[in-house]
Ligand binder design. Structure first.
Ligand SMILES: [Mg+2]
Length: 376
């Protein structure tokens, strides 16, 4: 693949409703959208999951832009690249910045698949036509509001619901949701909000109210506390932020700190790494699933393609487009289908294209990069 130019757009999109987690509230999403123009005439598209502020991780929109501008795009534009993973090897000496690397790698995957006239799902080895998904519900103003929101999602057709929890917003909302919906597949996610002393308390309410999975209750380096919670429980302990690469996954597996793996391609450095992590987890009989980071339809299309791989066996956090955005920036928004599923796009690449008018409306900045170093 020869990339002739790259366009980096910064977009701002209002969310359908504010999304509150243990570390903050998001009302609008700022994101970087990368379009690669190949010599073949094809394009490759991806979005960066870094948020405006470094709250979820140390990366942010500005650090990702700097990384792309200073290192990743110049490398991509300077030389041909045979595969997306070859590119990852080329930039492997640059430490950290997995979100910035991921957007370049994922746009290359889209270009790679389009140049081969195949869908991204096929190129990655995906077999499913539809992928099972659930919905993630942010912290609400009151427990009755939460119960109502969950009810609305069940009516929409979702079968698995993940509640965001934190100290002070856990046992009571979980009990209320369980009482209202006795058969619901109920997961919770704390985004590292608990002290390690909370192992016993979490285990008690999670077991009592039939929580199927508890995600990342403790700080990312607290592998031992997750192992303690994972010991002989009735629920799975899922790691998200703790797993940043193969070494951290192997460590968690060895210490039996994990019984479910949340893989977010935009967070772990792209699709190549995501596929490898899910394969390693499956080898240890730990199921994997694709997580979400408030992506637009572009990131959603990448996630759905990844979730079509056989090693992703639990329902993904990839809800329908209208769960998050009033207007989509892609031509074919994702709708929830029978059995709480999304269809895997079958067209070339990620199988969706941008709606220029919607992108123009959301665009706040734009820059084009070319190999000579000349920038427009
Ligand atoms: Mg999570």
């Amino acid at each position: 693949m020869q990339v002739l130019s790259a366009q980096l757009d910064e977009l701002e999109l209002p969310l359908v409703e504010p999304f509150e987690t243990s570390f903050g509230v998001e009302k609008r999403r700022r994101l970087l959208l990368l379009t690669l123009h190949g010599r073949s005439g094809e394009e490759g598209l991806a979005e960066c999951v870094a948020a405006r502020d470094p709250l979820y991780s140390s990366e942010a929109v500005e650090t990702a832009r700097w990384m792309l501008h200073r290192y990743l795009l110049p490398d991509l534009l300077r030389r041909e690249v045979a595969t997306p993973s070859e590119f990852l090897g080329r930039v492997g000496t640059l430490r950290g910045h997995p979100m910035a690397k991921a957007v370049a790698e994922m746009a290359l995957w889209d270009l790679y698949a389009r140049e081969h006239r195949r869908s991204l799902a096929e190129m990655l080895g995906g077999r499913k036509r539809r992928v099972e998904v659930g919905v993630s519900v942010g912290i609400q103003g009151s427990v009755p509001t939460l119960v109502q929101r969950v009810g609305d999602y069940l009516e929409d057709g979702y079968r698995r619901v993940k509640l965001k929890v934190r100290p002070g917003w856990d046992e009571e909302p979980v009990r209320a949701v369980r009482r209202a919906y006795p058969d619901l597949r109920l997961w919770v996610d704390a985004n590292q909000a608990y002290p390690t002393s909370a192992v016993g308390a979490i285990a008690r309410w999670a077991s009592r109210y039939g929580v199927e999975q508890v995600e990342q209750p403790f700080a990312e380096h607290e592998v031992e506390a997750h192992a303690l919670l994972n010991r002989g429980r009735t629920f799975r302990v899922c790691l998200d932020e703790s797993v940043v690469d193969r070494a951290s996954l192997d460590d968690a597996l060895e210490r039996r700190a994990i019984s479910s793996l949340n893989v977010k391609p935009g967070r772990v450095g792209g699709l190549t790494v995501s596929r490898e992590l899910a394969q390693a987890a499956a080898g240890a009989r730990v199921p994997a699933w694709v997580g979400g980071m408030l992506e637009t339809g572009v990131g959603r299309a990448h996630g759905v393609a990844l979730a079509s791989l056989p090693n992703f066996t639990l329902p993904a956090d990839l809800s329908a487009s209208r769960r998050y955005y009033l207007t989509e920036i892609i031509d074919r928004p994702f709708d929830l289908g029978a059995g709480s599923t999304l269809a895997v796009p079958r067209g070339p690449g990620i199988g969706v294209t941008l709606v220029d008018r919607a992108v123009a409306k959301a665009r706040r900045r734009s820059r084009i990069f070319r190999p000579s170093g000349s920038r427009l």
